[in-house]
Design a protein around this ligand. Structure first.
Ligand code: HEM
Length: 194
């Protein structure tokens, strides 16, 4: 299975409407700095062997909440679309590694807008030709950050590092997810108000 991600050569991404300056200010507002980038990168080799196990936990959570699973449910059959779930899962795995890699070039910034579009009605279902809900309602987008970040901790603890080091990685992940989901909100925000 190919993973259409931002490294995919056939993906044409529009330039990000969010300028690098604004992105830098967003990081500043979230107290996200060089220490966080370093902590994220330290988390990469720790999390990489556990990507599948992490996805099992996250998918288990989404699957246990009907209002979340609905976003992966086929509108004709009213059944979860297994193919859609599997294809998104593969990209989600790549996202874990991308988040831990923390390389914020212009391609990455454009890719964040694309991920936002894929949650919004502008782009949802298109990548996989799915026939699911028209959009992920905005009301669920930010709240899901909490279970995602919370359930990551046991995997960070597997490193055997001390509490301070685990805290640093966990804090960096929390900030990074907060910032990314804010970028993904772009298509949901009234024109000019982002
Ligand atoms: C912190 C919150 C969230 C994170 C970190 C997250 C992460 C992701 C990632 C990494 C992808 C794959 C993007 C790609 O490479 O194409 C994705 C897609 C998707 N997510 Fe989320 N997500 C969040 C919130 C939600 C919520 C609340 C739902 C509701 C169930 C949801 C449903 C979906 C769906 C349906 C897709 C596939 C969209 C498509 O391309 O058709 N996500 N998400």
């Amino acid at each position: 299975m190919t993973i259409p991600g931002y490294r995919s050569p056939d993906l044409q991404l529009a330039a990000s409407p969010i300028t690098p300056d604004r992105w830098a200010q967003m990081q500043e507002a979230a107290l996200f700095g060089a220490d966080d980038v370093a902590a994220l990168r330290r988390s990469r080799p720790i999390l990489e062997p556990s990507v599948d196990a992490i996805l099992d936990v996250w998918y288990g959570f989404v699957g246990s909440k009907p209002f979340l699973l609905e976003q992966f449910t086929d509108r004709s059959t009213h059944q979860p679309d297994g193919d859609y779930l599997a294809r998104v899962r593969a990209r989600f795995g790549q996202w874990i590694l991308d988040t831990a890699e923390a390389r914020y070039d212009e391609g990455w910034l454009s890719w964040q807008i694309e991920i936002g579009r894929r949650h919004h009605r502008i782009g949802k279902n298109k990548t996989d030709g799915a026939n699911s809900s028209a959009l992920v309602p905005f009301s669920y987008l930010l709240p899901l950050a909490q279970p995602i970040v919370h359930t990551l901790r046991p995997f960070l603890e597997r490193s055997g590092e001390g509490v301070d080091a685990v805290d640093a990685m966990h804090d960096a992940w929390r900030k990074s997810v907060l910032l990314q989901v804010t970028l993904w909100s772009f298509p949901y925000v009234v024109d000019g108000d982002f």
